[in-house]
Design a protein around this ligand. Sequence first.
Ligand code: NDP
Length: 361
Amino acid sequence: MTDTTTGGAFGGLTIDFGGTAADTEAAPVEAPEAVATGDPVTARIVIVGAGPAGLTSAIYAGRAGLDPIVLGGHEPGGQLMLTSEVENYPGFPEGILGPELMARFRAQAERFGGRMIDEAVDRIDLSTRPFRLWAGGLEYRADAVIVATGASAIWLGLESEERLRGRGVSACATCDGFFFRDRDVAVVGGGDTALEEALYLTRFARNVRMIVRRDAFRGSRILQERALSDPRISVEWEAQVAEVLGETKVEALRLRDSRTAEERTVAVDGVFVAIGHRPNTDVFRGWLDMDEKGYLVPDTTTASRIPGVFIAGDVDDHRYRQAITAAGEGCRAAIDAERWLEEQGVLTADEVAEVASSMPW
Ligand code: NDP
């Protein structure tokens, strides 16, 4: 991560992520006119979310001739936009920067007619057909919806943490652990995620120091036992991160004792924040099934309990949380949605035949 990124947060990379409906030619959707008239924008499929899951759905839905609209939120691209080097996405043996990977997903989705609208959905009505969604002051109507809004890592909320994100501060050991070979790292948190991250990091790091704010872990006993018996892992109990120290990369942590407020500094090369994720599901509350943490719960495969509404990516996955797994789910959701639309007669037999004949196989 810090080692492989040069010049600027993402190596000086300039990515145009600001495309709107009005920017794109070959647009089958009348979004600009809708802006003028206030009429609803209609689509056969609306995809909510523009991370790996949403954009993969858009690629598949686009190739199926469904002219998808992607409502990608104000910061499209998902969590990969906060990552520097991605080395575990298949097809990029040299690695690729997270934002560049997402720019490629997006370009590929646009190539097949996907319309990117960087607005956040603030209201929905899934009781009507077509479904209704509101974003950026416009109403969208869709025969099918794919929810791919992802989950966001919860951060400590420190200015220094934000400044050094991608320069030693990470929320994903699987993504960035490799860059800390023979280095000293810290993992903040005491839940299952933190324990798993710490155990994973022992493959690379010389020492893994867990920073736990109470005198006990929250995670499962088996992971606790594994971590506590690993000679590379030590625990700073009842300690909180007061500041991440370092100018251009992480050099140390200033820790504050939870009971006495006494402070001390520990030298580390990287810090992995693992205090939980928050699924981005507020707008779907009351419509779709959720677990107690707010993750969506699919009914079968990618289908939700509402026929025509499908679910993909980290919004229902707190286990794997990888770009490749999210992309895989996006593909499944688009295929499920396409078949469902076909069953409903929304995609006509002629259209199905036309799409099939345009495929290379
Ligand atoms: P959890 O909410 O379970 O744990 C969060 C941890 O972070 C707790 O130790 C919490 O401390 C700590 N924490 C929270 N906020 C702060 C803060 N501001 N500063 C310092 N520490 C903080 O989240 P996880 O992501 O670990 O797990 C989420 C769910 O996913 C759980 O149900 C978990 O069991 C599951 N999971 C299961 C896995 C598995 O089975 N292999 C792997 C990963 C996750 P405190 O305890 O004091 O609140």
